[in-house]
Design a protein around this ligand. Structure first.
Ligand code: UD1
Length: 420
């Protein structure tokens, strides 16, 4: 297993390119199950989750070619409609094949993803919405066994809670259903918006894109014809590097971003005291004179992203005063707290709220990554810790950050990947 060795205390400088968004790429790859032509998807990050999803498509019988951040996918000869536990347990987002497989093949089996490190993460809302569309769904031996003999029917779906992959699953299912669907309380994340835009360009009539209410006129089973797709920039990767600059109080520039997706993150960094200059596709952050404590409450887009909460906690250790971070989306997304405490952070955790007393000197230590975003917080802490830190179980990071050490090395960090 690989681990990272980081020696802290170095200012960052320079510029890097941000990769395509993993969370946008996953539903886009799933949507090729609705396609009748060969689909090209560009700007895919070369990370483990993307390869796992391409593997899943291959196991189902798709032809897949992945090279230079571009995948060419053809699902015409696909016959197998069972997504097995072996692959789903590696990545919860495999659930994204449920809607499209059921819409196209009228039956499928997808392993239940089960819990994960950040909480129970049920898929009841995905199932309930598909049932509303006429599906007959049973959960048997750990599998979601779904059938819609006459094909899925358009329906009015009102999500009880905003769910990102749930919205994506139902948007894809509604695209091939018979008749009109109205989907209310739908997620508005940029990744959901790109999926809608791609489906629209592929011939689906979708109204309300970007709002929390969509109207989708299904094609009654007729396959879609996709144009070439280029995945949007990864707003979470961009936010992570902005926090790396913030925590080390350095000046760096990020290219290939979409600043319109970074609103909540940019305004929080400005509130802390950083100056940022940006245009549509690049952003520069400058050092602050004084770092002010802040408060965050995670929320659905356009609110403050839960996927940026851990990185801002590392940053809070360097702010003067008491910062408060409330996690509202996931019940157990604070595993980074104990590792940050081991590095000297003064954090008090009560229920879903962390109180961070800054500013603290952090000490290098061996620490353990627990999930994708929690791990990036440990890197940020290590960048300012005195002496050396080692970050273990970095397969969590490899799931979602492309060329992580190369990018940090380019910014001047003292970081190296070693074998255990
Ligand atoms: C997606 C993102 C993840 C991000 C999260 C919230 C991908 C691949 N992953 O995850 O990085 O942290 O959105 O922005 O895009 N819920 C239910 N029942 C359901 C579905 C969800 O109760 O059927 C709950 C969840 O437990 C959670 C909340 O709804 O409390 C939001 O989860 P959801 O938006 O579904 O997260 P994911 O789509 O899994």
């Amino acid at each position: 297993m690989d681990y990272l060795k980081i020696v802290g205390g170095v200012k960052l400088q320079g510029a890097i390119n941000i990769s395509g968004a993993k969370n946008a790429a996953l539903p886009l790859m799933a949507s090729t199950l609705l396609s009748k032509n060969t689909t090209t998807i560009k700007n895919l990050p070369n990370v483990v989750d993307i390869k796992t999803f391409l593997n899943l498509l291959e196991m189902l019988g798709s032809d897949v070619n992945f090279n230079n951040n571009t995948a060419i996918i053809n699902t015409n000869n696909l016959k197998n409609t069972k997504a097995t536990y072996d692959i789903v347990r590696k990545m919860r987002a495999s659930i994204l094949v449920l809607g499209p497989l059921l819409a196209r093949f009228k039956q499928c089996e997808v392993s239940l993803p089960g819990g994960c490190a950040i909480g129970a993460r049920p898929v009841d809302l995905h199932i309930k919405a598909l049932e509303k569309m006429g599906a007959n769904i049973k959960v048997e031996n750990g599998y979601i066994v779904a059938e819609a003999k006459q094909g899925l029917k358009g329906a009015i779906i009102n999500f009880d809670k905003i769910t990102v992959t749930g919205s994506e699953n139902i948007i894809m299912a509604a695209s091939l259903a018979h008749g009109k669907s109205k989907i209310l309380n739908v997620a508005k994340e940029p990744e959901v918006v790109q999926l809608c835009e791609v489906l629209q360009q592929a011939g689906v009539d979708i109204k309300g894109i970007g709002s929390d209410e969509l109207e989708i006129y299904g094609t009654s089973g007729e396959g879609l014809e996709f144009k070439e797709i280029s995945v949007i920039p990864d707003r979470i990767e961009a936010g992570t590097y902005l926090c790396a600059a913030g925590v080390t109080n350095s000046q760096i520039t990020l290219h290939n971003i979409d600043s319109t997706h970074l609103g909540a993150v940019i305004s929080k960094l400005e509130e802390i005291g950083f100056k940022l200059t940006y245009n549509q596709d690049s952003i520069t952050i400058y050092p602050a004179k004084e770092l002010n404590a802040f408060e965050i409450s995670t929320a659905e887009y356009p609110g403050f992203p839960t996927d940026m909460q851990a990185q801002f906690m590392a940053l809070a250790t360097q702010c003067n005063g008491v910062s408060i971070i409330e996690e509202r989306l996931f019940e157990n997304r604070f595993m980074h707290v104990s590792e940050l405490q081991r590095m000297g952070a003064n954090i008090i955790l009560k229920n879903n709220t962390a109180t961070i007393n800054g500013k603290n000197e952090l000490f290098g230590a061996p620490v353990m990554a627990t999930d994708l975003r929690a791990s990036s917080a440990l890197i940020l802490a290590a960048l300012i810790a005195n002496k050396e830190s080692t970050i273990h179980r970095i397969y969590h990071l490899d799931r979602g950050y492309e060329n992580l050490e190369e990018k940090f090395l380019k910014l001047g960090a003292n970081i190296i990947r070693e074998k255990e």
